[in-house]
Design a protein around this ligand. Structure first.
Ligand code: ADP
Ligand code: ZN
Length: 740
């Protein structure tokens, strides 16, 4: 019997239609096809194939196949459907994440592309009018809004929307520009071949495990968590494991948190496989459409057998995938911040499962999710306990800033005497220094400088957030509210209030104290220019800079032999944020940062300034005790039923109209309450800690469940039955990592 195909039409409208498959056309799932749509030709992706549905009208046939082979392999299609379902995202959006734009189009991409930018957001009145009179224009605004205000014309729907774009341009809401095709930034670099090192016994065991992995009954390798202290030689294990996969005629996928922040890891791969240079494809966000197109096809036709890339490279169309490496698996950057909000590491584990490939998750500070999976037997745990160069771990000193606050009476202490003296010494000796200020987010908690006390929610054990507008302390897990105390509930001092300083302020102060030192600041503000980070790091490496002051941007896998002092200026900034993962992040940051010191011949020193010196994440990090840390943290998570013992998700609304954002969320809350599954806990709707951003008001509520399925199914059902008003955007973040 003749079969029909469900086709997802390209474009913003999320249309799915059935078409007959002509008898002689080899259509399979994942094929790109041309189809008739109303009275014009369109393109789309085949989602499913089956017997034709019972309808009153006859189905139209598919006109032609765009590619002889499906662009999306069966396994990737399975992955895509899983993502759409689990993260409650439209399948069209998932397909867009799966296939680069230039590949989805059936023509080669040009040297430039047209880009549409949202310049002025319409007011809610205007938006309502637009929604009524010009639905296409409304869709465009909503899409732009959902994609950080900028999308290519093609992704918005190409020619079919040009009239709508023109009239929005006339109204002054958007701007149409051309973006030039970028060259490969690595083009000017040369890579000398590096030879494999002789592995130490621990590394040899780790490599052996990746070559002969423990498998489940159906022959699927168990995921491996490679927990190796900083400098233990994980990268060398990856390199040799990848070489082994290549020797077996297989391909390899290497995921890194962010290409621009891990230049050294990428360089090491490029050097090791220098003689097979054309087999290595590096996927990064700076690739032009054309370059991306070429790389994608090089990977698909098997020319490139090693792919290195960030999060989205998890969808690289590698054939015969032998191994996936997820480096720094605990990093937050693996989570996509726009829909589909997938977690690159989790998707990598799933892809490895579908492809029966080996997967290695590596980190010096594994996420508690992954570590818990080794305890429950889902993953294998392998450990590298020594530094490969047999250097001692650096000494970590914790400085009690409460004493410093008393000494410096009233003034905000940025630099303790101890840290200043240490810096002086290192500079005299011609050694280098890194200073960290992990300023995360904007949420303010109340901390008392004289005693270090932090106001917490009794129900959720996370810091309460101070909302200045209505003078309240709010819990962002459960919605509990209270008035901010006039005096510290613990010591009675009235100095309790938020204090803060940024990297810029630190730079000023350090400059005053050390006027001769050459310094550079690394943060989101100073690193906007292309290659700015690479250039600064190269200068630092060449010792043209003495002191780097930076945010956690530089806490990743960097290697500077001459850095002997690392200072954490205020460990509390990351610790007392309204997030149950705050402790975990602080432990990770301190451990990773400590790993930056003393990576050469010289001994390293780490100085941590804090108002809460006894907090477990600081103390365990100080003793390089991951197991001790994990044990107490897992106990806390279990007690309050936080991940990994449950799944947490965030449901939010955004609108230029405050009441509508609030109403919409309250309405959703009401509907979620109805037939609420037993395992599901539903929080109260409340304003987000960042109540207003980009002219939009934001409301949110938390969901928590021991069953992921119960959670996303319930939300999916309610969202499908509750279309939001035109000027409200709904955001659902499954397994949310941040709670703002
Ligand atoms: P990690 O990735 O675990 O942080 P690296 O791979 O960066 O550790 O290794 C730290 C240093 O030790 C690097 O300079 C690396 O070249 C070196 N190294 C790794 N393995 C060996 C080995 N088997 N023998 C000698 N040196 C090694
Ligand atoms: Zn609470």
């Amino acid at each position: 019997m003749q079969q029909s195909a469900r086709v997802l039409i390209d474009g913003p409208s999320e249309l799915v239609f059935d078409y007959m498959i002509p008898t002689d056309m080899p259509v399979v799932t994942g094929c790109r096809v041309r189809i008739p749509l109303r009275n014009r030709d369109s393109t789309g992706t085949v989602l499913d194939i089956g017997p034709p549905p019972q309808t009153n009208f006859t189905l139209r046939p598919i006109s032609s196949l765009i590619d002889p082979e499906p662009l999306i392999t069966a396994n990737l299609m399975k992955l895509g459907k899983w993502i759409a379902n689990y993260y409650v995202a439209p399948l069209e959006q998932v397909m867009r994440a799966l296939l680069p734009e230039s590949v989805r189009q059936d023509t080669h991409s040009e040297k430039t592309k047209k880009v549409v930018e949202l310049t002025t957001m319409p007011t809610s009145e205007e938006l309502e009018k637009i929604a009524k009179r010009a639905p296409k224009q409304h869709i465009i605004i909503k899409l732009l809004e959902a994609n950080a205000g900028k999308m290519s014309l093609k992704d918005l729907g190409g020619g079919s929307i040009s009239a709508a774009v023109k009239s929005l341009e006339k109204k002054g809401h958007i701007k149409l520009t051309e973006e030039a095709v970028r060259r490969d930034p690595d083009e000017d670099q040369e890579f000398l071949e590096s030879k494999p090192l002789k592995l130490n016994p621990e590394q040899a065991v780790a490599l052996e495990q990746t070559i002969h992995p423990v498998c489940s009954e159906n022959g699927i390798p168990k995921p491996i968590l490679l927990h190796g202290v900083t400098g233990s030689g994980k990268t060398e294990v990856y390199l040799q494991a990848v070489q082994h996969a290549l020797d077996q005629g297989k391909s390899a996928l290497v995921l890194v948190p962010e290409i621009s922040l891990t230049p050294q890891t990428v360089q090491r791969f490029k050097s090791r496989f220098a003689t097979q240079q054309d087999q290595v494809a590096v996927l990064h966000s700076h690739l032009s459409q054309g370059e991306r197109f070429d790389e994608w096809h090089r990977i698909r036709n098997g020319e490139a057998r090693i792919v290195i890339g960030a999060r989205s490279a998890v969808f690289a169309p590698l054939k015969e995938l032998g191994i996936i490496i997820v480096d720094e698996e605990h990093e937050n950057t693996y989570k996509q911040e726009t829909s589909p909000r997938y977690h690159g590491r989790d998707i990598a584990v799933l892809r490895a499962h579908f492809e029966k490939a080996v997967i290695v998750l590596g980190s010096a500070t594994p996420s508690l999710e992954s570590f818990h999976n080794t305890q429950s037997g889902k993953y294998e745990l392998i450990r590298l306990t020594h530094r490969a160069d047999s250097q001692a771990m650096p000494i970590m000193r914790v400085l009690d800033m409460r004493l410093e606050a008393q000494k410096q009476k009233g003034r905000i202490a940025i630099l303790s005497d101890r840290l200043r003296v240490s810096m002086e010494k290192k500079l005299e000796q011609g050694e280098q220094i890194i200073l960290f200020l992990n300023r995360r987010g904007f949420a303010r908690s109340l901390q008392c400088p004289p005693c270090g006390h932090v106001c917490e929610c009794q129900h959720c054990a996370i810091p309460l957030t101070y909302h200045r507008t209505d003078e309240r302390l709010v819990c962002h897990m459960c919605g509990y509210q209270s008035l901010p105390p006039k005096k510290c509930p613990s010591c009675g001092d009235d100095a309790i209030r938020f204090q803060g300083f940024g990297t810029q302020k630190v730079e000023e102060v350090i400059q005053k104290v050390f006027p001769k030192a050459r310094m550079a600041r690394i943060d989101a503000d100073t690193m906007r220019r292309k290659n700015a980070l690479r250039d600064t790091l190269n200068k630092f490496k060449a010792h043209k800079i003495d002191i780097i002051i930076g945010t956690q941007m530089i806490a990743k896998g960097l290697h500077f032999p001459n850095v002997t002092l690392v200072g954490i200026l205020n460990a509390d900034l990351g610790l007392h944020v309204p997030d149950f993962r705050a402790g975990e992040r602080t432990f990770q940051l301190l451990t990773q940062v400590a790993g930056r010191a003393g990576r050469g011949e010289l001994e390293g020193e780490v100085i941590v300034q804090t108002f809460t010196p006894h907090s477990p994440s600081i103390q365990f990090a100080r003793h390089h005790d991951f197991d001790g840390y994990a044990e107490q943290e897992l106990q806390f998570r279990n007690q309050f039923l936080y991940p990994p013992f449950s799944h947490c998700a965030l449901l939010g609304t955004r609108s230029t109209h405050e009441r509508r954002a609030e109403f919409t969320l309250e309405n959703l809350h009401k509907r979620l309450q109805k037939d609420l599954p037993a395992q599901l806990e539903l929080g109260e709707p409340m304003p987000s800690p960042l109540t207003r951003a980009h002219g939009q008001f934001r409301y949110q509520l938390m969901l928590k469940s021991t069953s992921a399925r119960a959670l996303h199914q319930h939300v999916q059902r309610v969202l499908a039955a509750t279309p939001p008003p035109d000027d409200v955007t709904i955001i659902f973040d499954m397994d949310a990592l941040g709670f703002f």
